[in-house]
Design a protein. Structure first.
Length: 607
């Protein structure tokens, strides 16, 4: 895999971790406050953790995009994880010692870990909104750019053997030097630098080189978060630089004017200290004291708006509990589930209303802060919940993406079978502008190949509704656009009803020619059916009935094949098989050869 692919995948995974920690942190804070509210003012709250300074945080620039610092060894010794520790200890000393004997560095010596996302040299592009299925790395409302520099700084309690480490983790790595400092880059793009005998920096070549080229910036939006993390007062600290990762512009327009100042934060920080209880801190830093005061007022205004909305919801729940005035009393048993649900909902809304009425906020200079302390051990688990959210988001998203890719692959396989069934019936594939065989003027384009395949996709009733002698946008045919079959719906990317990402390549020797008289049959794929792309997904969605596809010119740039920001797409080959293509691995030259059906060239090794 090329370094670019490592950067993009790693950047999105860690960004998901950062956002998971911060978003999950706010959610965990609210949950903890609601469930433990009666303990807040009298709880035996843990004091700040008295942990050693983390000198490695001096390597993190204060103007980075974000970071998460975890005191792994100290967190493992807390009461919150005591039960988990007992389970591991049951494996026995021989098993635990074996881990240290067979791995370098020794797993037991891992003390602290800091994940860092540096500012990207590429553009920061706001995105349209979340994708299907919920939140995940691919659904983030922003993109850090194509070359996100990602690194992890690992601190150990025992010296690391650089030679054994490289042998195990960086085979065949090249030794490079920058700013008088040595680092190693493996063929897959992973780079490593041994900052001290107990501190290792791992990451993309770009990220490691950037950290070594110049001293880390001490001033920047993340400076307060880095100071908090380095001081040893928290087991976990995460920071997100909102200047480097801006929120989508539509969000500000959608909020009421009195709430919008909340979005002016320069950075957001979450901190957690765990003991017999837990302390959970959240901070939003602003440009100056005035901006922080405006944000506090905005937060309280938002709370008031929330209480107003709750009042409306309460009325409906009260009606569910008490029943409508026109209903007889006693009420029939069939109303009981609704009444019980109303009682539970009303209780939850009243708790939330109490929280909104007394927000645990305070302002300290240019920072808006909130903290929760709980004395019960259960509070510690609630405090750790956002950590779990952050850690699980990448894994959950990976499962979601995998499932969507399988569904997507099945769609393409069905389309491939339909193409071949059409060929068996007519002796050729349909043209990209189908229905123009009768000489319809180009100014009035006919219908897409997607319509031609309908009878072979078990969609004959829909096919028979089309007027084949009329263009796709005739008054009659336009009414059928919302009836797009699910097989043309890409499960990996959102689109408006009647829009699809599945397109063919037209012109330039591709499988499809703009001239309807040059419709290709199987004999025309002289490069081999398994070596030629028939259908690809990506670019902008198009109306499924419209002859609108990828215009291909082998001498020009490739069309945009990214799918909702993803650089990994599925393509249907002419033999009916489906192949996953990483656009960061396959070169543009290779992709052009795969698109052409009869260029006589052998596909390179990166196909």
């Amino acid at each position: 895999m090329r370094a670019g692919a490592v950067r993009r995948r790693g950047g999105r995974a860690v960004l998901a971790l950062l956002v998971g920690l911060l978003v999950g942190g706010w959610a965990g804070f609210g949950l903890t406050y609601l469930l433990k509210r009666n303990q807040f003012r009298g709880a035996d709250a843990p004091a700040e953790a008295n942990l050693p300074p983390a000198d490695e945080l001096k390597l993190v620039p204060a103007d980075a995009a974000g970071f998460v610092h975890v005191r792994l060894a100290d967190l493992w010794e807390t009461e919150a994880l005591a039960e988990f520790k007992k389970i591991v200890d049951k494996a026995g000393p021989d098993a635990l010692n074996a881990l240290d004997a067979y791995f370098e560095p020794k797993p037991s010596s891992l003390d602290r870990a800091t994940l860092v996302v540096l500012k990207s040299d590429g553009p920061v592009r706001p995105r349209g909104g979340p994708g299907p299925g919920g939140f995940g790395p691919a659904d983030l409302p922003f993109d850090l750019g194509r070359d996100t520099p990602l690194a992890v700084i690992l601190a150990f309690s025992a010296p690391v053997d650089p030679v054994r480490f490289r042998q195990a983790n960086l085979p065949a790595a090249d030794q490079l030097t920058t700013n008088g400092k040595e680092y190693w880059v493996a063929r897959g793009g992973l780079a490593a630098h041994f900052a001290t005998d107990r501190t290792v920096i791992l990451g993309t070549n770009q990220a490691v080189k950037a950290l070594l080229d110049k001293p880390a910036a001490a001033d920047g939006p993340l400076a307060p978060a880095l100071k908090l993390a380095a001081g040893g007062g928290r087991h976990l600290v995460g920071g997100l630089n909102l200047a480097a990762v801006p929120l989508p512009p539509d969000l500000r327009r959608q909020l009421p004017a009195e709430v919008a100042p909340l979005l002016n934060a320069r950075a957001v920080t979450v901190g957690l200290v765990v003991g017999s209880g837990s302390r959970f801190d959240l901070r939003a830093s602003y440009a100056d004291d005035k901006a922080a005061a405006e944000a506090e007022a905005a937060a309280r205004a938002a709370a008031k708006l929330g209480r107003d909305k709750l009042a409306e919801a309460k009325k409906k729940l009260e009606e569910a509990v008490k029943g409508r005035p026109d209903r007889p009393v006693p009420r029939p048993a069939e109303d009981l589930p609704e009444a019980l649900g109303g009682v539970a909902g009303l209780g939850a809304l009243n708790m939330l209303d109490e929280w909104l009425a007394d927000l645990p906020l305070r302002r300290e200079g240019n920072e808006l802060t909130a903290s929760v302390t709980t004395g019960a051990a259960g509070g510690a688990y609630l405090g750790l919940a956002p950590v779990a959210v952050g850690l699980l988001l990448p894994a959950v998203q990976k499962v979601r993406e995998s499932a969507a890719r399988v569904s997507d692959s099945n769609n393409l396989k069905q389309i491939g079978l339909a193409f071949h069934a059409y060929h068996d019936t007519t002796g050729k594939f349909p043209g990209p502008v189908w229905g123009m065989e009768n000489g319809r003027p180009a100014a009035k384009p006919g219908l897409s190949w997607r319509v031609a395949l309908l009878p072979f996709l078990e969609q004959l009733p829909l096919y028979e509704q089309f007027k084949l002698n009329e263009p796709w946008d005739s008054d009659h045919n336009k009414k059928l656009i919302p009836l797009m079959p699910k097989v043309y719906l890409t499960p990996r990317a959102p689109a408006e009803p009647g829009m699809t990402y599945y397109k063919v390549f037209v012109g330039g020797g591709a499988a499809f020619d703009p001239d309807p008289k040059k419709a290709r049959n199987l004999a025309g794929f002289t490069d081999g059916l398994s070596n030629t792309i028939l259908v690809a997904e990506g670019g902008e969605p198009v109306v499924w009935t419209k002859p609108d596809d990828f215009a291909f010119d082998p001498k020009g740039p490739l069309p945009d094949l990214t799918l909702a920001g993803s650089r990994v797409i599925n393509v249907l080959l002419a033999d009916g098989s489906v192949r996953t293509v990483n656009l960061d691995f396959a070169s543009e030259k290779t992709l052009k050869l795969a698109i052409q059906a009869a260029d006589g060239m052998v596909l390179p090794a990166d196909w």
